[in-house]
Every structure is written in structure tokens, then in C-alpha cells.
Design a protein around this ligand. Structure first.
Ligand code: DC
Length: 220
């Protein structure tokens, strides 16, 4: 069974998807991490984004694998930490908008979900990758609240950052992710919206689990 969770950056998708997967004993698939890994590869190899041949060449060289504990391995190297750095975040919207990149990642995502139950999180999961997913959720939250969450998270890791910059970065990324030509961030018509602005992580997880259990056990 597939549970699709889409939504903008810092909406609480990742933590929610991870916990929902744990509670249901499903595999958690973080597709944003995959686009981040491709971005890291492109940066390391100085792939020119205006050159389709170079893009294809780089895409062909990338091998991605998630371990059981969600460690992401790219070409035999653990890239789980490096894909979260600022330089990757700055370029990921541009790289993830490229057709060749999306084609390969979507193919891989469908392969991973073929033989197991998964909670898949991203931007285009309910609309494009798994349009027939049994459950589709679209997680939203006020941009100020999302920026505050991201700011708190980064402050502990990086220290010297400023709230306004975090807010501007988020708005910029939202705009790019929602306006790109291929598979933009968009709510699927049949997705259930969960507004997490004033919810705790546990509350949003419980909401999803309740909806899933109710439907599976025909209680609604
Ligand atoms: O969820 P995240 O912030 O780690 O995702 C990083 C970027 O990857 C995000 O800016 C948009 C892109 N992305 C995408 O285009 N499609 C997905 N299914 C998941 C992420």
C-alpha cells in the first residue's frame, strides 16, 4: 500500500512521514533526499545545467540506495549529512526541475515501492508519481510558522543565521517548486489537506494514522 505525503518545504512532512511509517511498520521514502543527492553530485562534478548532454551523462552515473535505517548511499558513499548543507539547499530547486533528473528519480521511486508498503513524501507524489495511491495527504502550514521551525532547527546546528533570510529562502523555494513546468508542487484533487500551523508533530501523525485506520477498517 502507498501513502503519499506532499507539501511545501518545512511543512513538517519529513518528520510526520517518518513517524507514520514507524507506527505502521512501512518503509519511509524521502524523495526530497534523492533530489538533494543528485544536486550534490551535480555540484561536485560541476555539471552545467544548461547542457542537456552533461546532465544526462551525470544522471547516468548516479546510483542511489537507501539502507534500512534511511542512510542514503550514492555511488557507495554515505551522503545523508552532506545533502542537508546550505549549498545543496540553494541549488536543489533548479536541479529538481530538470526533466532527465525527474524521469530517473520517478522511475526509481516506483521501483522502490513495487514490492513493499511505503510512506512516500515529496512534492509530486500524489499528482504524478503515484496518482493511484490509496492515501494522499497534502501538508500545509503558514510560511511564517514554517520559517520559524526551520530557523529553530538551523540555529541549533549552524548558530549564526537570521530569521528574515530563512523566511526569504523558503518563499523563494516555494515559488520555484510550485511554478516549475514539470510536476510542480500541487495538491492532488483527492488529497486530504492537513494544516499543521497549530498542530504538534504528534497531533499531525495521529491525524494521519486515524484516517488510515478508519478507512482500512471501514469505520468511516
Ligand atoms: O523535501 P526537501 O526540502 O528535502 O526537498 C528538496 C527539494 O527537492 C525541494 O526544493 C523540491 C525537490 N523535490 C521535488 O521536486 N520533488 C519531490 N518529489 C521531492 C522534492
Amino acid at each position: 500500500m502507498i501513502i503519499a505525503i506532499d507539501g511545501p518545504a518545512a511543512s513538517g512532512k519529513s518528520t510526520t512521514a517518518k513517524k507514520v511509517a514507524e507506527k505502521l511498520n512501512y518503509t519511509h521514502l524521502d524523495t526530497g533526499a534523492m533530489y538533494r543527492a543528485v544536486t550534490l553530485f551535480f555540484l561536485d562534478n560541476q555539471t552545467v545545467l544548461s547542457d542537456p548532454n552533461q546532465i544526462q551523462h551525470s544522471v547516468d552515473l548516479i546510483r542511489l540506495k537507501f539502507l534500512q535505517d534511511q542512510t542514503l548511499i550514492m555511488n557507495d558513499i554515505d551522503v545523508s549529512a552532506e545533502i542537508r548543507t546550505g549549498k545543496v539547499t540553494d541549488y536543489v530547486s533548479e536541479v529538481s526541475a530538470l526533466k532527465q533528473v525527474r524521469e530517473k528519480m520517478v522511475h526509481l521511486q516506483r521501483e522502490i515501492a513495487k514490492f513493499q508498503d511505503v510512506v512516500v513524501e515529496g512534492r509530486d507524489i500524489g499528482t504524478h508519481v503515484f496518482p493511484k495511491a490509496k492515501f494522499k495527504f497534502f501538508i500545509i502550514a503558514d510560511v511564517e510558522k514554517r520559517a520559524q521551525r526551520r530557523f529553530n532547527e538551523m540555529k541549533n546546528k549552524i548558530g549564526d543565521i537570521n530569521f528574515k533570510d530563512v523566511l526569504l529562502d523558503l518563499k523563494e523555494r516555494d515559488k520555484k517548486d510550485a511554478s516549475r513546468k514539470i510536476s510542480p508542487l500541487k495538491k492532488a484533487k483527492d488529497a486530504i489537506v492537513i494544516d499543521t500551523t497549530s498542530l504538534t508533530i504528534d497531533e499531525q501523525v495521529d491525524k494521519i494514522i486515524d484516517i488510515v485506520n478508519n478507512k482500512i477498517h471501514n469505520r468511516s
